[in-house]
Design a protein. Structure first.
Ligand SMILES: *Cc1c(COP(=O)(O)O)cnc(C)c1O
Length: 615
């Protein structure tokens, strides 16, 4: 039975019970049960399910791995972590994150003013806030306000200009004195080593970010000159996201560790931490040969602790506290996007669609015989015969000897024969069958937008695990491509013979069929774009009680049509009155009809863009 690679990407978060995929937590409800409960309240279209227990699990794993590594090396520095808000700033996520991380002194990382405002209001006082990215005077001032509020905040400077801004802002807030109520300072270093993979651009020497060694020395002198060295507390780097291999991290750790030690020996006595950024990868792979990560969390933690210890010992400095800013690793697993299939395109290739005739042309009769006689022994031979007959029949059509109905019957029968042969040959058909699979792939039209919900597939060809929520006790035999409902030909997850996805042959007139897109909790939501004006899907939070019973809370309905237009700065009042006037002033309509049309119009405008089709 196909379990859709659950053992590779699932991390024990889900389990297959009979025909359904279930949450492996509490009383292990099936995803389909949760989805139907939400849909019964009238929410159709795609749904984003959030599972806070999976955020908690990742945070606990992260802290445990570093605790273990610290213990086994008897490392003296502390371990701290912050969540980088750019990975997911949605309130249902952030509020869950804060709630489940209680007791870990877990903080937030901000990369813009708006994110900083979230961090200032949501981080518990005392838990760390780190501030990265390019900053102007206002942003630095916000950091000073945060520290006066009592926040434990560190400004990471990306360039010398930002240090000058800090000096200027301090003068405005505190005069010439540097009191203890001002932000700590971190320095982001520009690494020689770079990450690998599609996200590697944020590390490395040509990176957008960080100070070169020369700039670092200048920054050091500037801090000494302005009596600011006491604030320098952190050395920071980030080698890029979804680090598939551990080797670049080790190189980066050596560079950063030696810079830390050099600065300390030079006199930066308050320097006490190394911030290793993010990059911890998530296993999105759904096939054994396409795994994306070659290390475990424990290996990662051990490498960090071991290397920092070794460098500190060699250079005779204190072992630094370790900060991480892992985002993808913490957030990806918590969200599952569920979307209904609304059409199978080649469902017309069905025996019941065959056109009846008194007498069929002999070759069509033969195709029918081939289809009925097909078994695992003759499958390959009959398949070849069928393809040969098809060529002849198509030629006969071109020459005018058979009609359109014959041609349609040919297409249906050959399609059915290929499908049946693929099942009978069960993977032993070699490259020929692989090519045929592509030819008869089934197109599943799915009620969602790839641009809105899986933007990294569109932009970076990042694959996400996909599995149907039901029918998992039946073999799926249709090579599948997935089409979204945007009018864009890029809105497709094509069938990829190297990473084949097979789905079930479903009669949508008789039953629903839902697809789950897993590990979509990191980056996808805020990067999602409103191509064709499809909005963020309806979302909700699934909380489990101590007794294992789940509860669906905080449902946020997808934006309605008028809200979407308002977000684009349309004057919705004008749109509203124009539409109303065009109905009211029509001379062809009776007044009852006008009332009726207005009622309908307002109903539709209060709903979201996704299709309401009930197959
Ligand atoms: C993006 C980013 C992160 C998070 O990276 P992940 O790969 O999601 O863990 C951490 N720190 C900085 C500075 C970043 O820019």
């Amino acid at each position: 039975m196909n379990n859709y690679g659950l053992e590779i990407w699932g991390d024990d978060n889900f389990v297959i019970h009979n025909s359904t995929i279930n949450v492996k937590h509490g009383k292990e409800p099936s995803l389909i049960e949760i989805v139907e409960k939400i849909r019964s309240k009238g929410h159709k279209g795609p749904l984003m399910l959030r599972f806070p227990h999976l955020i908690q699990k990742q945070i606990v794993k992260l802290f445990d791995a570093f605790k273990q590594a610290k213990e086994s090396f008897q490392y003296k520095g502390d371990f701290h972590a912050v969540f980088p808000l750019k990975v997911n700033q949605f309130p249902n996520f952030v509020d869950s994150l804060i709630a489940v991380s209680e007791g870990y002194n877990y903080g937030l990382e901000a990369g813009s003013k708006a994110e900083l405002v979230i961090a200032m209001s949501k981080t518990p006082l005392g838990a760390p806030i780190t501030v990265n990215g390019f900053k102007d005077k206002e942003m630095v001032s916000l950091c000073f306000i945060a520290s006066k509020m009592g926040h434990n905040i560190t400004i990471t400077i990306e360039g010398l200009g930002e240090l000058e801004t800090i000096i200027e802002v301090n003068e405005e807030f505190n005069g010439k004195e540097f009191t203890s109520m001002i932000p700590k300072i971190g320095v982001r270093i520009r690494l020689h080593s770079a990450g690998i993979g599609i996200w590697a651009k944020s590390g490395g020497y040509s990176s957008k970010f960080g100070l070169t060694s020369t700039e670092l020395l200048e920054a050091y002198s500037l801090m000494v000159k302005h009596n600011l060295l006491g604030q320098l507390s952190m050395v920071h780097f980030h080698i890029g996201s979804q680090m598939s291999d551990i080797a670049p991290l080790k190189k980066a750790l050596r560079e950063a560790g030696n810079i830390y030690a050099e600065l300390k020996k030079r006199g930066a006595t308050s320097l006490s931490a190394i911030n290793i950024g993010g990059g911890l990868a998530v296993e999105y792979g759904q096939h054994p040969h396409s795994q994306e990560r070659n290390y475990s969390l424990n290996e990662f933690a051990n490498d960090v602790i071991f290397l920092m210890q070794e460098i500190s010992k060699n250079k005779g400095v204190e072992e630094p506290d370790i900060f991480t800013e892992s985002g993808r690793y913490v957030a990806a697993a918590h969200a599952v996007l569920v979307a209904p299939v609304i059409e199978l395109f080649s469902q017309e290739y069905n025996k019941k669609e065959l056109s009846a005739k008194e007498v069929h042309p002999p070759l069509i009769q033969e195709l029918d015989d081939l289809f009925n006689g097909l078994d695992s022994k003759n499958a390959r031979e009959y398949l070849h015969d069928a393809l040969d007959h098809m060529e002849s029949l198509l030629t006969l059509f071109d020459l005018g000897y058979i009609d359109l109905e014959d041609r349609s019957n040919t297409e249906i029968l050959v399609n059915l024969i290929i499908k049946k042969a693929i099942i009978l040959l069960a993977g032993h058909g070699g490259s020929e069958l692989k090519k045929l699979q592509q030819r008869i792939q089934e197109r599943y039209l799915v009620n969602f937008s790839i641009f809105q919900s899986l933007p990294d597939f569109w932009g970076l060809e990042q694959n996400f695990p996909i599995a149907p929520l039901t029918h998992l006790d039946q073999r799926a035999t249709n090579p599948a491509s997935i089409w979204d409902i945007t009018c864009d030909s890029d809105g497709e997850l094509p069938f990829n013979p190297r990473l084949p996805l097979h789905l079930h042959d479903i009669d949508l007139d008789k039953e629903d069929y839902f697809l789950g897109f897993f590990l979509t909790g990191a980056y996808q939501e805020v990067l999602g774009m409103r191509h064709n004006l499809f909005s963020h899907p309806t979302e909700c939070v699934i909380n489990f009680s101590d007794s294992g019973v789940y509860e669906i809370v905080d449902i946020i309905e997808a934006q309605n049509l008028m809200d979407i237009l308002e977000d684009l700065e349309y004057d919705t009042y004008v749109i509203d009155t124009t539409l109303k006037q065009r109905i009211e002033q029509s001379e062809q309509l009776s007044s009852e009809e006008k009332q009726h049309l207005l009622g309908r119009l307002y109903l539709y405008m209060s709903e979201n863009s996704y299709l309401k089709i009930n197959p």
